[in-house]
Design a protein around this ligand. Sequence first.
Ligand code: NAD
Length: 132
Amino acid sequence: MGVQLADKIVLVTGAAGGVGRAVAARMAAEGAKTVLLADLAPEPLAEVAAGIEASGGSAGSLVADLGSAGGCAELVSRVADGYGRLDVLVHTAAVPNSPVDFLSVPDEVEARGHNSFLVDNMNAYSCKSLQG
Ligand SMILES: NC(=O)c1ccc[n+]([C@@H]2O[C@H](COP(=O)([O-])OP(=O)(O)OC[C@H]3O[C@@H](n4cnc5c(N)ncnc54)[C@H](O)[C@@H]3O)[C@@H](O)[C@H]2O)c1
């Protein structure tokens, strides 16, 4: 796997949380060129970044609110402006175990009102502008 991640720019959302933190550290250990860490919470993000750097990896912290399409779009712009491309997206930003009626979620949502991992994950589609 290390060879596959060499020279790759990886973005992990929810990187301050359980799954995201573990995935980010593993991606760095597997040789990703840069692991970008996105989350609401600056302090834990800095902690995760410091851990990756201390292990010889390269990390960048991006504080972002991905609870809206606008927040996702802004994050994508920052990645594009700062790094020029995105090779791998791992989208784990979530509010786990939040009840939601997924059939009621509109195409364009402000997730604050739904507070749901499903909504956050749907907003990953905002990232498609980085394809190619
Ligand atoms: N932990 C598990 O064992 C497990 C197992 C299967 C699936 N999952 C799923 O994986 C996902 C992540 O789980 P976890 O345990 O890492 O959760 P977690 O709560 O530990 O981490 C989620 C992270 O998302 C961030 N976040 C929440 N809202 C955000 C927003 N609007 N913008 C940016 N960041 C935001 C939080 O700050 C947090 O750091 C969830 O969808 C969960 O249901 C988890």
